[in-house]
Design a protein. Structure first.
Length: 115
C-alpha cells in the first residue's frame, strides 16, 4: 500500500494566500474539540461518520485536506478513504496544533457541517 499524501502547514497557508478554490478543509475532530476553534474555511465531519458520507468525497474536482488535533486520526481517515478508492485526500501533517503553533488564525465557527 502506498503511503498517504500529506501537506504541511506552510504549504496549506500558501494555498490559502493564493485563494486556491480547489481545496476543501475537513475537520474530523469531535464536536467538543471543534468548539475550541477550527482552521478558517473548514467544514466539520466527525471521524466516525466518514463511512456514511463516502459519496461526498467522490468529487474529483476538489482536493480534500483532512485534519484533526495532531494529524494521527486524520492520517487514519486518509488511509481509509484511499482504501475505498478515493485518492484526492491529503492529511494535514501536525493537525490544528501545528497550525496554531505557527501563529495562524483559528476561527470559532466552521463554514458548515457535513452531517
Amino acid at each position: 500500500m502506498l503511503p498517504i499524501k500529506e501537506i504541511n502547514v506552510t504549504d496549506l497557508s500558501g494555498r490559502f494566500e493564493q485563494n486556491d478554490s480547489n481545496i476543501e478543509l475537513i475537520d474530523i475532530r469531535t464536536p467538543a474539540e471543534v468548539a475550541r476553534g477550527v482552521i478558517p474555511n473548514s467544514k466539520t465531519l466527525p471521524m466516525h461518520l466518514i463511512p456514511l458520507k463516502m459519496d461526498y468525497f467522490n468529487n474529483t474536482d476538489k482536493e480534500f485536506i483532512i485534519y484533526c488535533r495532531t494529524g494521527s486520526r486524520s492520517a487514519q481517515a486518509c488511509m481509509f478513504l484511499n482504501q475505498q478508492g478515493i485518492s484526492n485526500v491529503l492529511n494535514l501533517r501536525g493537525g490544528i496544533m501545528s497550525w496554531a503553533q505557527q501563529g495562524l488564525n483559528i476561527e470559532q465557527n466552521p463554514i458548515g457541517s457535513l452531517v
